[in-house]
Design a protein around this ligand. Structure first.
Ligand SMILES: NC(=O)c1ccc[n+]([C@@H]2O[C@H](COP(=O)([O-])OP(=O)(O)OC[C@H]3O[C@@H](n4cnc5c(N)ncnc54)[C@H](O)[C@@H]3O)[C@@H](O)[C@H]2O)c1
Ligand SMILES: O=C(O)C[C@H](O)C(=O)O
Ligand SMILES: [Mg+2]
Length: 564
């Protein structure tokens, strides 16, 4: 056996202990002779004094870390603990994640990551990603090349912090969103930790409280103009593609206008996708496919007869509405007919043509068959549209109140209610409310997690309609197939793959999304579907995968997943 001691010594005694423990179970300082025997001819190294007599073995240390985590009362303290664990021992961090997904996901991701963002400049310990500011313009290439693992980089989540969850403009404090998404890439799809690059673009902030906060880490200036931002983004994307030729870029939490405009500007030039538009669209289409079947089974009405009402018409609302067009097209409806099944509401009420000028992204779904007067009350809108499904991407807490849920339950034996805004405190309604007010009939999915609910002797399982089910598998597929672009068909394939991944037991329980504990299997399933879609579109630069049959492809995807 070859044992190279030097690097372990230089890295510290704890790592030597960990290495030894992985191979042997000996108590290092007490049994030096044993140690000597096990390592053959190597002389026992001189140990620094003062170590614990018990060697850390993985299982005991895992139990210790979990106990340390659980000993903290506040989610934000748990977040800080986990960040430090990740920095110091990323194997243990991901082991904890993988074995406790339902407990840890809400800590490293929504809802706690929202608090971590708000507090970021206060809880900050050390840099955890790449920070590029407007002051660096003209020099972005040099700074990007400072990234220590240039050749390993495969996936970057980039935010400009301008619309973090439903919390608004958080400037440079958006960094934890990029970090959290990438942690889920690693946990959920086995992307190698070394290949992830979290990036925040600091282009100023319009958040006055942050500008006034002496601890705020970002530039102390208002956001730059659209023209300045376009020039910055062009330089940024160009430099990223030359520094990291194999990188996929995920745009995250850009304010709605920029979310749409940068997706259009770059999607045919570089491998990029927008998580809030495309990832959310895919995850909701998937849940809706399963929900509509349950709802139609109860009502006896065909799938093609569903009508969907959206509260919220930003990047997420419109992104989901666009993706749900596929639901109706899959039922044989034309583009026109599909569009007529979808109605959108924004802060001024139902969106219709005669209302007057509107943002570009709202025009497609603006109703032509209604001339006014303006409908601003949600109950009036529900009575007018008679939806089978009500989806919330509005950031308006409690917008789906008792009256709203009861109105939906009156119209439908099994109403579909998806309050998708994040974090949990901005959710349009809570799970227990939807269950109680609909008398147990609701088919429910929310953006952030809610606990399981008992109602009249039955257990109800909330779905989590969050893009976290999609992006890990979609990203893994794009990386393994070396996709030159991320096409709409690939995004749709991720959605159909997810819808298809429920087990018979999950379906039996009326679940519309699979259990998050199975995330790696789900990501594998999604990745295979997306790779096939990339192959059909001819955007796969790694064409070796074309020769594999489905079983071989799935084994290959699994074999490429990093395991802590
Ligand atoms: N579940 C998920 O996976 C997921 C994914 C992406 C975004 N989201 C959530 O969706 C929400 C919206 O994101 P976005 O990017 O579209 O933001 P956005 O700010 O662009 O959109 C919000 C929309 O809500 C509308 N709105 C605001 N107040 C309203 C009111 N009183 N009545 C009706 N409509 C109102 C606005 O007009 C706008 O159309 C956020 O909370 C975000 O966290 C969830
Ligand atoms: O980050 C999330 O939890 C989902 C989504 O991307 C959002 O912006 O809300
Ligand atoms: Mg987002």
């Amino acid at each position: 056996m070859t044992v190279v001691l030097t690097p372990y010594w230089s890295n510290g005694v704890q790592k030597l202990r960990a290495m030894l423990q992985r191979k042997h179970t000996l108590s290092f300082s007490r049994r030096a002779s044993n140690f000597h025997r096990t390592l053959g001819t190597l002389a026992p190294p001189k140990l620094p004094k003062g170590l614990t007599p018990t060697v850390l073995d993985d299982e005991t240390h895992y139990a210790r870390c979990l106990a340390q985590l659980r000993s903290k009362d506040k989610p934000l303290e748990k977040y800080i603990y986990l960040s430090q664990l990740k920095e110091h021992d990323h194997h243990m961090f991901y082991k904890l994640c993988l074995h406790n997904m339902p407990e840890i996901t809400p800590l490293i991701y929504t809802p706690t990551v929202g608090d971590a963002c708000i507090q970021y400049s206060h809880i900050y310990r050390k840099p955890e990603g790449l920070y590029l500011s407007y002051k660096d313009k003209g020099n972005l290439g040099k700074i990007i090349r400072n990234w220590p693992r240039l050749n390993d980089a495969r996936i970057s989540v980039v935010t400009d912090g301008s619309r973090i969850l439903g919390l608004g403009d958080l400037g440079i404090n958006g960094m934890p969103i990029a970090i959290g998404k990438l942690s889920l890439y690693v946990a959920g799809a086995g992307i190698r930790p070394d290949s992830t690059v979290p990036i925040v673009l600091d282009l100023g902030t319009n958040n006055q409280a942050f500008l006034d906060d002496p601890l705020y880490l970002g530039l102390r200036q208002k956001r730059i103009s659209d023209e300045e931002m376009n020039a910055f983004m062009d330089e940024f994307m160009h430099e990223m593609s030359t520094a990291f030729p194999k990188l996929l870029v995920q745009f995250e939490d850009f304010s709605t206008d920029h979310a749409f405009s940068y997706l259009e500007r770059f999607r045919n030039k570089y491998p990029v996708f927008n998580d809030d538009i495309q990832g959310t669209g895919a995850v909701v289409l998937s849940g809706f496919l399963n929900a509509a079947k349950l709802s139609s089974a109860a009502s006896g009405r065909p799938l093609s007869s569903h009508r969907i009402l959206f509260l919220g018409s930003g990047s997420a609302g419109v992104g989901v509405a666009m993706q749900l067009m596929s639901f109706f097209k899959l039922q044989g409806l034309s583009e026109e007919e599909a569009r007529d099944r979808i109605s959108l509401v924004d802060s001024q009420g139902l969106i219709y043509n005669a209302r007057g000028p509107m943002a570009e992204h709202k025009k497609f779904f603006s109703r032509r068959d209604y001339a006014g007067p303006p409908l601003t009350n949600l109950i009036d809108i529900i009575e007018h549209v008679k939806p089978t499904a009500l989806l919330g991407l509005s950031t308006i807490k409690s917008a789906f109140n008792q009256q709203v849920i009861e109105a939906m339950a009156e119209l439908n034996p099994r109403p579909i209610i998806f309050p998708l805004s994040n974090p949990v405190r901005l959710s349009e309604c809570e799970f227990h409310e939807a269950v109680t007010w609909s008398k147990g009939q609701v088919i429910f999915a929310s953006g952030s997690p809610f606990p399981v609910q008992e109602y009249q002797g039955r257990t109800y399982y909330p779905g989590q309609g969050n893009n976290m089910y999609i992006f890990p598998g979609l990203g893994l597929a794009a990386i393994l197939s070396r996709a030159s672009t991320v096409t709409d068909i690939m995004v749709e394939a991720s959605s159909l793959g997810l819808a298809d991944s429920l087990t018979p037991e999950e379906r039996e329980l009326d679940m519309i999304y699979p259990r998050v504990e199975r995330i790696r299997d789900i990501s594998n399933h999604i990745a295979c579907a997306v790779i096939r879609a990339a192959q059909k579109a001819g955007v796969d630069r790694n064409q070796d995968l074309r020769r594999m049959n489905d079983a071989q492809l799935s084994d290959f995807v699994k074999s490429r997943m990093w395991i802590p």
